[in-house]
Design a protein around this ligand. Structure first.
Ligand code: GDP
Ligand code: MN
Length: 346
């Protein structure tokens, strides 16, 4: 074919200068990507951006997870986006699918009733949300790591990240990091808050003091204000998710069945756990990480950072919108502590 005459790959010189890596230690950390084979090209866009902005200097490995086997094409196209180590895992069957106590006919009825809600009629989406809520951190490929950074296909990173967010987490004992917080769609979580309050009633000793419960309720616990961290971006502590505290909460929710009888998302689930179990200093807003996942973005507001490291308009940041809950998070008094007596009064 014609192009062989124009460019002989065999005679192209091998690169002689390897890019310098940022010096210093690394955390036991990885990127974790739950993804379908057909999303490979959007995934490569995400990888290109995180590599250019951060990982070409830090070389953290990627762990790809899928409920189906990854194709060879997927593996090749993912591997070629990074110099870092890549591993590809299939999800064990017992972590994806219906647990025995779920009535699948009831679940099917829910999907018909919810067909006008986004993803309301989607069965796979529910398995995905349950997996991200309770299982990804127990995948054997993640066993060796302490921290994860969740990445999705088709996301954008607007700014150079010239430090190691994993080490920041480790040094400051931060357990959960986010870029965007917003209000959840009401129809997806009718009983999530009541189920969570029931958990606190049954396991009061699990709840930490002070906590962040004030961030998710505006009426002392009567109702959930729907604030949650958007989980398509997360930098988190895997050992926190693997803790008896978090697992007992997940099991309580899982027994209640709302992943299937409603459409509970992993984002409000993670966020309620954060609110019950963590102190403000253990949660970090990565305000300096420019990030986009349709339809919202976090664009750094600090002019120094924005001008020197980013290509996004700070006016476009969801922070300014009433859809966001980040201002409320920032303004939260770190010592506020809803007592359980107050919270569970009704
Ligand atoms: P959205 O962000 O809520 O609109 O949901 P997405 O479609 O982006 O799904 C969230 C993440 O889970 C993405 O990384 C998807 O690639 C992944 N995902 C969603 N459904 C499935 C599925 O059925 N199988 C696999 N392997 N990954 C999925
Ligand atoms: Mn997504």
């Amino acid at each position: 074919v014609a192009y062989q005459n124009q460019w002989d790959l065999k005679s192209a010189p091998a690169p002689t200068v390897l890019e310098p890596q940022a010096p210093g230690p690394r955390a036991k950390a990885c990127f974790v990507v739950l993804v379908r084979n057909r999303e490979i090209h959007d995934l490569r866009k995400s990888m290109r951006e995180i590599e250019d902005r951060f990982n070409r200097k830090y070389n953290y490995p990627y762990v790809f997870l899928n409920d189906k086997p990854f194709t060879d094409e997927f593996k090749t196209l993912a591997q070629t986006m990074t110099k870092a180590n890549t591993t590809f895992g299939q999800i064990p069957q017992e972590h994806w699918g219906y647990p025995p106590w779920i009535d699948v006919n009831e679940a099917a009825k829910t999907r018909i009733k919810m067909k006008h809600v986004i993803y309301g009629s989607n069965e796979a989406y529910r398995h995905m949300c349950r997996y991200q809520s309770g299982f990804f951190f127990r995948h054997p490929l993640l066993a060796e790591y302490d921290y994860y950074w969740r990445i999705e296909p088709g996301v954008k990173f607007f700014c150079d990240i010239d430090y190691d967010p994993f080490l920041l987490m480790q040094e400051r004992k931060i357990k959960y990091g986010f870029t965007i917080s917003i209000h959840e769609i009401k129809e997806t979580i009718p009983t999530l808050w009541d189920t969570t309050k029931q958990y606190m009633r049954e396991q009061p000793s699990m709840v930490s003091h002070p906590n962040l419960l004030e961030w998710i309720t505006n009426d002392k616990g009567k109702t959930y204000n729907r604030c949650h961290f958007w989980s398509n971006f997360e930098i988190g502590d895997l050992n926190w998710l693997r803790s008896p505290q978090y697992l007992s909460y997940f099991n309580h929710l899982d027994q209640a069945g709302g992943f299937f009888y409603e459409r509970w998302g992993d984002a409000p689930v993670h966020s309620m756990a954060v609110a019950m179990f963590l102190k403000k200093e253990e949660v970090h807003w990565f305000d300096d990480i420019g990030y986009f996942h349709a339809p919202a973005q976090n664009c750094p507001l600090d002019p120094e950072i924005n001008t020197n490291k980013c290509h996004c308009n700070p006016k476009d940041s969801v922070y300014h919108s009433s859809w966001s809950c980040t201002k409320e998070f920032v303004n939260l008094n770190p010592n506020t502590d809803l007592t359980l007596a107050e919270l569970l009064a009704d």
